[in-house]
Write a protein that binds this ligand. Structure first.
Ligand SMILES: [Zn+2]
Length: 174
């Protein structure tokens, strides 16, 4: 399988969706990093930080327990800009192939009665959770994913040249 080349993203043109951020070879295997972009960067408010933290716990728990997918999941965690999540998976699937998985993951949030692992023994900042806001954000994104299932724009990033810093280094945000 051909790896996608390293690219930068034009953040002024991003819409919410599921995008390939990068692909890496590990021996003869490929692992893929996806950006699961929940809000539109710099246009609508980023996700509330406590809701983001709750969604990190709830969706990581969902993905790592899904009988069909749990063995494919390497990592799920929040972006520093609070507009989405990083998902790292085994294999080289197209974003469309994990649309249903992520739709189910975000839909599952509404049935959550308690954020899993929100105790001092499990979490580094267990007071910083907001389940009600997490439910609101998850429902909004799940509706969007469902309505846009046939829209290729939610699966393909607007690419641009990689930024080079003044001291000559290439810029990466993850
Ligand atoms: Zn935590």
């Amino acid at each position: 399988m051909e790896l996608i080349p390293s690219f930068s993203v034009d953040h002024t043109k991003i819409v919410p969706g599921i995008f390939i951020s990068r692909q890496d070879e590990l021996g003869d295997k490929i692992i893929t990093t996806y950006d699961v972009r929940v809000t539109r960067p710099n246009v609508e408010p980023a996700v509330d930080v406590a809701a983001m933290h709750s969604l990190e716990h709830i969706i990581a728990t969902f993905l790592r327990n899904d009988p069909d997918w749990k063995d494919q999941i390497i990592y799920w965690g929040p972006m520093g800009c609070l507009t989405g999540f990083y998902l790292i998976m085994k294999g080289g699937r197209q974003p469309k192939e994990i649309h249903d998985l992520l739709l189910r993951a975000f839909r599952s949030v509404k049935d959550t009665e308690e954020v899993p692992g929100a105790q001092a023994v499990n979490c580094g900042n267990y007071h910083m959770h907001n389940l009600e806001m997490a439910k609101w954000q998850a429902a909004k994104f799940a509706d969007y994913l469902e309505e846009n299932a046939g829209n290729q724009q939610i699966f393909e990033y607007p690419k641009s040249d990689r930024l080079v810093t003044d001291d000559g280094r290439e810029f990466f945000d993850s």
